[in-house]
Design a protein around this ligand. Structure first.
Ligand code: AMP
Ligand code: ZN
Length: 486
């Protein structure tokens, strides 16, 4: 393989040369969404980041088996294996089956992933579809002596595990600090140690999502699903395990402990974590109430947004930051991304019409080498994008007759830019349909503004409703009116 990638490994806290266990095969597991509500833009950032990684590995010629799960069971409200099941709670509230909730939000998630042009994973297993595998793994951990059962619930024994293993290997925290920061066991607690976590949880009488097990009726703890499903589809040891950085301290730490107890070695060779999308510096999350929904961006329907932003603008905005840096979300940042994205695509459009010369006055090979070097350095998309803007300058220079390029260099430049923009960054030219409608829409909006100026609100509403029925939404702000296709 000509290009080799240096990947930052959370496990070793350093960049390492990425050589898969069985080249050219790569096994990659990414923790997927919990489908009890809509994904927010923060979740999307993690999946777009792994889509970039997936796409670049494919581009380099690797054959990637990309597994991304759907969490559809076992997610409790509390952080200590307590509280209601989030799916069951929502189902009860809406008087539907829990699996109707799962279906609705899985479809919604797929739709958003499609709009953001992420490639579907090779396998998308669900927790409820792999109960038998999870039970099997719990049995093996019990047999290893690192778990215990109390009254139908099975706990992982973290203190016992820590005697021979480094429980906090992924985050390098001190076990003593962890213990100091964890609540004391209460009188109701069945577990022995404060850090112990549930592998299998006994179902209370009102709990709907339940399965029979050797320990009675119950449901799996959250962490065991990823250990069981990664083992099933990628084997005991695989190349890459990923997810958002917020998962490292608990979910991934517990996954490592479970797999060690069961298979006696680390599950993944490389642990990769994407950093958080923030709003005014605070992590975007459902619980913080600062979660922007993709649909709100695509329609412009949010008080903090001046207008609608297209899915490709949103994707471009995300790729302008390195996946390990935080990225702050704002209307201004999106506006800047929209301009940049348009400039890039306008230059791509020019490529096919450029006239070559006898010789080149530019260095295409050096530009390409810098672009690949960026991606080989832990998938550094912002640097790649900066190099693509160097290409934009070149393209515009050639178009204006200020720069000369040979036939061979033009072919190479064209291939490089198109492959990087479309295949690797996963950007798409946006709706030709929309572009054709633009002059017509300008006219309709102008007529509507004239009606509004005459206080003829009946006509202005009629236009808005008629457009809505035709699948076009108008977004009014103080300064202007924009439109989006629904
Ligand atoms: P969840 O549905 O909450 O389990 O999250 C799905 C994925 O999104 C996980 O990999 C999380 O780590 C990730 N995630 C959650 N919040 C953010 C955020 N603000 N920025 C980036 N990734 C996030
Ligand atoms: Zn997981």
């Amino acid at each position: 393989m000509k290009n080799q990638v240096q990947v930052y490994n959370t496990l070793t806290r350093s960049k390492e040369l990425f050589i898969p266990l069985q080249p050219p095969l790569v096994g990659m597991y990414v923790c997927g969404p919990t489908v009890y509500s809509d994904v927010h833009l923060g979740n999307c950032r993690t999946f777009v980041s792994f889509d970039l990684i997936y796409r670049y590995l494919l581009h380099l010629g690797y054959k990637v088996r990309y597994v991304r799960n759907i969490t559809d069971a076992g997610h409790l409200e509390g952080d200590r294996d307590e509280g209601d099941d989030k799916f069951a709670k929502k189902a009860k509230l809406e008087q539907v089956e829990p699996m109707e909730i799962v279906q609705r939000y899985t479809l919604g998630f797929h739709e958003v992933m499609g709009l953001l042009n992420t490639l579907p994973p090779s396998i998308e297993p669900t927790a409820t579809g792999h109960i038998a595998e999870q039970i099997e793994m719990v049995k093996e951990i019990l047999a290893s002596g690192l778990a215990y059962e109390v009254n139908g619930t099975v706990y992982f024994d973290v203190e016992k595990y820590s005697q021979n293993h480094n429980y906090t290997i992924l985050t390098n925290r001190q076990l003593e600090d962890l213990l100091a920061n964890t609540r004391e066991l209460g009188g109701q607690d069945d577990k022995k140690g404060r850090l112990d976590f549930a592998l299998w949880i006994k179902a209370k009488p009102e709990h709907i999502m339940r399965w029979p097990s050797p320990w009675g009726w119950g449901f799996p703890g959250w962490h065991i699903e990823c250990s069981a499903m990664s083992k099933k589809y990628l084997g005991d040891t695989f190349d890459i395990h990923g997810g958002g950085l917020d998962l490292a301290a608990t979910h991934h730490t517990n996954e490592i402990a479970q797999s060690q107890a069961c298979n006696h070695h680390e599950p993944a060779r490389f642990w990769m974590h994407t950093n958080m999308l923030t709003v005014n510096g605070t992590r975007m999350s459902k619980s913080a109430g600062n979660g922007f929904l993709p649909g709100e961006l695509f329609s412009g329907n949010h008080p903090s947004l001046s207008k609608a932003f297209s899915p490709m603008t949103v994707r471009f905005f995300m790729l302008q930051a390195h996946y390990r840096s935080t990225l702050d979300f704002s209307n201004e940042a999106l506006e800047a991304s929209e301009k940049g994205f348009k400039r890039l695509l306008q230059a791509v459009d020019l490529l096919n019409g450029l006239k070559p010369s006898d010789q080149s006055t530019c260095d295409v090979a050096a530009l390409k080498a810098r672009g690949y070097a960026a991606m080989n350095d832990d998938f550094n998309s912002p640097i790649l994008i900066a190099e693509l803007f160097e290409a934009v300058k070149l393209i515009n220079g050639i178009n204006d007759g200020k720069v000369q390029i040979s036939v061979a260099d033009l072919a190479s430049l064209s291939q490089f830019v198109k492959q990087m923009v479309f295949d690797v960054l996963g950007l798409q030219a946006e709706g030709k349909e929309g572009t054709e409608l633009a002059p017509l829409m300008d006219l309709v909006i102008k007529l509507r503004n004239e009606a509004k100026a005459k206080q003829d609100y009946a006509t202005s509403d009629k236009i808005r409703i008629a457009l809505q029925e035709a699948g076009i939404q108008l977004n009014d702000s103080k300064e202007s009116t924009t439109w989006t296709k629904l």
